[in-house]
Design a protein around this ligand. Sequence first.
Ligand code: AMP
Length: 634
Amino acid sequence: MSTDPNVIVGIDLGTTNSLVAICDSRGPRILGDVQGNSMVPSVVRYPQAPNQPEVVGTQAKLEATLFPRHTVSSVKRLMGRSRADAGPDVGYLGYEVVAGDRGAARVRIPAGLGVPERVLSPEEVSASILKALKAQAQTALGHEVHKAVITVPAYFDDAQRQATRVAGRLAGLEVVRLVPEPTAAALAYGIGLPRVGAKPTNVIVYDLGGGTFDISVLRLSPGEGDEPYFFQALSVGGDTHLGGDDFDHALVEAMWREVAPLLGVPAATTPSPGVAKLLSQEAERVKILLSSAEAALVRLDIESIAYSRTFSRSELEALIGDLVERTIVSATRVLEQARQALAGEPIDSLVLVGGSTRVPLVRRRVRETFGLEPYTALNPDEVVALGASVQGALLSGARSGALLLDVLPLSLGVETVGGAVAKLIVRNSTVPARAKEFFSTSVDGQTGIRLSVYQGEREMAADCRKLGEFSVSGIPPMPAGVPQLEVTFAVDANGVLNVSAVERRSGRQASLQVVPTHGLTQAEVERIEQESFRHAREDMTRHRVVDLIVNGKLDLKWIGERLAKHRTELAPEYAAELDAGVATLAALISRAEQDWQSVDANQMHRAKETLDRASMKLQELAIATSLRERPRQV
Ligand code: AMP
């Protein structure tokens, strides 16, 4: 195994899940295990018999109910705390928490067959999780890892931070820095990173996970000397027992109110542990489905009954509305507390962290409350670990920001019918950059428009890098070309791209957010540039042929429809001239569709022009008729 002494990984040591990431020339990325799982549940199971291994992660979590007293989860709640201080939390934990030296919280694992009782510090338990993450990183990278940046909640006090450092050391890691979780989340989006002309920026980080809610207002300022940036928490708050698990619970209660009568028990009775588990698993599944679908089916076989019903998103929203409002009240209060420190400055950015920020109601309320479009491009479960790795790269000198430039390295655009790319923002534009363009449909009665966003210099989408796609749906049926889709591309100062699309007639809209430079190296940008030079002439011709195909087809459709309607009114020679023009263009289009290189673009252009000119008379006739046929307005 080779050793790269400079590598500093980023670790999100979470209450329920932990992750490890690296930031290299490709930008930050999560290091997963061989099966591609990235999250390591923060759960450790201790042996009950000699020769049994310590088990960390998914397996320990899945088998937790089988070994409740030997399985330790949520140990982060005990880090650096006394047994007395941790008191209110202990009730939630399935294992035994005792007071150790000077009252410090300790975990007691009962004796097993031939295994003595053990009393462990929370640091030791956390170290087991960190060791598992370290091993996962080493396997993914193929070399040893000795250094890490570890994230901690913004509210962690000295004792809790010190405990985290000790855990790192016990895991054989040099903890080069502890970074507050909200700061890491901002760094993952490039907020606060050193760049030319950087100014202090104020950020709200709204973090709603499974069991905890944290809200922080931060100021990130450009650094000096070795310090890439300075960070200041203006105010923090939250609720250590509020999160997605409570959403699940609200849904469980709603289901139980309907299931209990079917089982012949009053709804006030508590479901058995087995039934409770089934209900809560189903509740989480349905909740997650409702983040992307409008309705989801619940289906449960409990004892002798089969329970099935559909939950709509609005039903879920009614059940969790109060819980979401609690986070909003708390967030507003924290923002109020920051007002003085902000001294009239605005909040520049809003970052969402935690799996529960995928809930549409949460996003909507947060957006409404702060009047800002939140950063959501990165996976909200991964953003803290990614940011920790960015800090690691800054500290090790492996400049993360190789591509965090003040200009866009590659052009950005959308795919149009026929597979060409319409570039909205061209390469080398300075950021922030903004562009707007109108598009329409190519098929009559089209009620949805899918937009694919690309990055690159080539003319065809197939030769560019796809950044993502989204759809505007629910457009009322209209003839092709009538809907007006206004597409806006906005790249902010941090290089994050927001694409929004609104159909002007119906008001239907949708949007997408991506970080275009993620996963892209300087070398790749150069290769893409070279390729575009090499293919420039061929690409231009191809783009022209594709446009001729699309526009020619629209002509053929339009002329064909009117010819059918008005043929009897036309002079036979004129009808024959049009028929011939249509046949010539149709043949060229069909050949071009088989192989674009088999046609001469100029010849195709001439055929289209000839037909367009010839069809003028037909056009006049059609307009005159449509005016005659138009109903009188009342
Ligand atoms: P975290 O602690 O950040 O890993 O967040 C975990 C919480 O996010 C759990 O309550 C999950 O049920 C919830 N979660 C994950 N994905 C989704 C989703 N797509 N929609 C709603 N909640 C989700």
